[in-house]
Design a protein around this ligand. Sequence first.
Ligand code: ABU
Length: 500
Amino acid sequence: CCLFLFSLDLLPSKEGEDLTKCFLLRVVNILLHYIEKTFDDKSKILDFHHPHQLLEGLDGFDLELSDHPESLEQLLVDCTDTLKYGVKTGHPRYFNQLSSGLDVIGLAGEWLTATANTNMFTYEIAPVFTVMETVLLKKMCGIIGWRETEADGIFSPGGSISNLYGILVARYKQYPEIKARGMAVLPCIVLFVSEQGHYSIKKAAATLGIGTDNVIEVKCDERGKMIPAELEKNILQAKRKGQTPFCVVATAGSTVFGAFDPLHDIADICETHKLWMHVDAAWGGGLLLSRKHSCRLSGIERADSVTWNPHKLMGVPLQCSALLTREKGLLGACNQMQAEYLFQPDKVYNINFDTGDKTIQCGRHVDVFKLWLMWKAKGTYGFEVQIDRYMELAKYFYKVLKKKDNFKLVFDAEPEFTNVCFWYFPPRLKHIPKSFERDQELQKIAPKIKAQMIVEGTAMLSYQPCGDKVNFFRMVFSNPATRQTDVDYLIDEIQRLGKD
Ligand code: ABU
């Protein structure tokens, strides 16, 4: 139906109805084909090409833009090619990031969101979505354990921005004059985060004019958890040096090790020194939905603010991240500019639902509907079942690796979360005792295996060095499509690709 026809022939063009329907149905067919392939463990996760190959054009897939319109038929080919050369992040053997999986209800939510194509700044133009956001924030604050009527929050474009919001309100709470007068009127303020905390904390400090030198990294124990005594020591040291501590960022589910900082101990220290406690639970927040495992976050209810990304453990399509605050009104006081063209005080409805002025953005994407729809579809218990299954898979993976003498776990203890970190030792390195030279060789193994995996498109998982540990793999479970057989496959695949 689309040959020699162009986008101008679609709605709102007169009599464009049938063509629009035909075009969109064909798009949906392309997407459905991709979705089926995504869940087929025999299909490749990706068809890898180098950036220069994509730029040069592959089999007629031309990324360059022209002055003349392309036909609808060509656009359908472009859609197919875009998916062809992408990564199937919902594939059962995709373990590369903390966000993975493809939830069909979430996807439907994203489609609806794109169709509604509105902006989250006012109730006026997003009546359902702004109210839905308050419902979700209230639910999440309740799960954290805050008295629901007091809590507040906002959905933001990712965990880094949510963490930035946490630090922004922490600073505003202590120094409200910052808003008008800037950093010049403040003492040298410092904040604390564990050495395993997310790099976004330093980014936030740089962005907010605090400076990365004023982010003090607190030592962790061998499992990657912040050591409370070290925190206390660092706070006292900073005070002696004339610095002014104002905030501690605790991590609930660190990116690499999946470590949970001891939140009660950190809360005690924050209370003693009157410091804002922000918990970065971007990754670990979802665990609050598991009655069996939520104890890992015990003490989070004492935090002043929390980052929680439903697009990670809860499997909501990207992006979906919330910043939650215990005190109502702070976000608004900190950020609002009351632009008269948008946030008129004399509107016909309750303007408390014009929530956009609480943010540092103006335009804001609707990230709430897909989460709301998934919550409706699964219920809280449905998320719990899914998350408990990931924890079981992590335990299974750990137990299998423990029995194999060519794998070595970074921590030889049952995983506390779904992260399992490990080295693979090819036969030539297996019996060589640890030494600088052995580690130089071991450092090359994970990147080599990963490169082969990507080129063959069989699986994807990440690796990194950390401190004195040379490159190791990080396995992580957050993909509902993954089964035990995929875990077994991955182990075999590492051995196949990694043998000398
Ligand atoms: N925001 C941290 C994400 C890192 C990861 O997916 O591995």
